[in-house]
Write a protein that binds this ligand. Sequence first.
Ligand SMILES: [Zn+2]
Length: 253
Amino acid sequence: MSTITTKAFVMNSFPWKERHRLLHLLTPDLGLITVLAPASERLKSEIRGATQLFSLSEFVLTEKQSRYSVRSASVIESFIAISEDLDRLAAASHAVEVFTDVARHDEPNRTIYELWAYTIYEISVSKSPVFVARMASLRLMVEIGLTPCLDSCVRCHGLVSEPFRFSFSEGGLLCSREEFRQTQAEWMILSPSTLALLRHIATVSFARLFRFYASPEVLSEASDFADRWLEERMEKRYNRLAILEHNPTFLLS
Ligand SMILES: [Zn+2]
């Protein structure tokens, strides 16, 4: 049995065998791990804050045959604003699902941890937390190599010009010289402003990722693009933002 001290974000938390809890933790060096939080009364009160969903905490874990359990934990940042606002909560839930899907299937990757750190912070403070979650998911796709070709023609690598036609089936822009017989369901036209924003999201440092200004039209177009790119590349439907579309005012009162 060995002891590990690590920072980690709590990505999921659920009851286990009556009294215990299981946590999914995103760590810098071990990737996504499943951890048992034992139900000792002393430990339970001590680690309650540190094991709250979305918290960043420092954990002391014991490891035995790749099974981890919590020995002690202390909260670093609880991001409490997320649980107090429906938009932030939906945004964080969506982003957690995407990041967890990626981290579960990839080798431990410090970049995913760092991108998550910027993302969950921004979701807790941004005026547009849902948009932040969508753009973070798009950047995550780029980080794992599922990069849309936004700089040149995906077929001939030549210059692209307006109208900017993006083919989802081919994964990139098409220049004006390309034959274009696809049905409209397979492509979308990107405005120059939306294309500039998407290029920003795909390339800048994480520290500058969420520093941009965009009109409502651009936010809407970029959201459509990011959702579609995510779902086609991950081959999965993500439904956690749908709760916001049904105007659940009863949840806010
Ligand atoms: Zn071309």
